[in-house]
Ligand binder design. Sequence first.
Ligand code: UDP
Ligand code: MN
Length: 448
Amino acid sequence: MRGILIQTLLYGSLTFGIWTALLYVFTNHNHVSNLEKKTQEPASIWSLEKKFHRQDTHGSEEIPRPYVRFESPDEEETKPQKSFFKWSKDFNYSSSEFVDGFLKYGFNTVLSKSLGSEREVPDTRNKKCFQKHYPANLPTASVVVCFHNEEFSALFRTMFSVVNLTPRHFLEEIILVDDMSDSDDLKEKLDHHLEVFRGKIKLIRNKKREGLIRSRMIGASRASGDVLVFLDSHCEVNKVWLEPLLHAIAKDPKMVVCPLIDVIDSVTLEYWPSPVVRGAFNWHLQFKWDNVFSYEMDGPEGPTLPIRSPAMAGGIFAINRHYFREIGQYDKGMNLWGAENLELSLRIWMCGGQLFVLPCSRVGHISKQRFPNQPEFAEAMTYNSLRLAHVWLDEYKEQFFLRRPGLKSVAYGNISERVELRKRLGCKSFQWYLDNVFPELEASEGGR
Ligand code: UDP
Ligand code: MN
């Protein structure tokens, strides 16, 4: 009897949880489409860029955030990102296949399967990008894609788009790192389907779950191209996406570059352009998008020039392979997922490199919905943020603890290797970073 009662309660709360989560997604999307209806301007590619092209760097809330990581569920800034959404009347949103797929992968897997492995996406570049020409001999690229239980067609669209839209002589290889997935279709079926790429792909299977940080390091250690390009396993690259990245790194090997990340809607899988934005963060160490200064886009070349960026969004960027090793790759003591993007961004700037967003390079990314049922992600984010704060923020780590006082006494493992690395590289102080790269942070939320 007690067993039945517990079972009923368990299934009851599970069903309630699923529907609450879906309701949350639905209302969020409806809210966004209502917002969209209110704005008179059609959300065309170019009007979006104009709309967000302004003088100041505040008001980032108004930017349609192309790609935002989930953090702890109770934070205001962690709501799923806005997207430009249209409901399709012909789609069955209550089918169990849709609901199960959405809860497992965070996007519409029914639609993803029906799209298949290849499709064309709109060319979202500013027209001025079409006039840019790149040298015929550029460094070669190893594209590193890590995945854990990725949906099969999304993974294949990532690879096909790379193979189809990258000149052969620039693409050394694609390195796929399977971070201990347990889905059946990522086993023999994956091996079998990869044969179509005829040796351009190396597949590495982790023997245990490493998390994306160590998985990327594993992928990088097997790469032989001049440049490492990291992508998530649910991306679709756009036309001439790689050349701007390679060209910038060829000119300066200490330049780390990110494409502009376009949005692939998690429900409709529509590919939408993003406005030109730069990466930033707040004193909670949460990533956010920020407006770009007008002077960076108002010249004769328009919004095509590299945009100086205090931080990178996540796993989509290009870096010289030797430089990646030289500056200490990633902190391998970080767990699972999260904060590694900010840690690398600070390290690049503070230790003699530079970080830019290149608006003429565009890569679409499925903005997955995350549900607050994955505490291990929030836990890893906290642990990793603590490591970052203790190694890189100097006296400013007090700003972080001021906002998150509960974390002051939380353990963060041994950081001596990373402190040593910082000394060995002769990195500058966090004060220098604030003064020279991201003064808006110090001015924000009370600053010091
Ligand atoms: N990933 C992984 N191992 C993990 C977690 C994530 O290999 O333990 C992969 C994941 O499949 C994806 C990439 O790392 O290709 C980035 O993860 P996700 O898309 O969840 O992060 P976000 O888009 O929020 O940065
Ligand atoms: Mn992702």
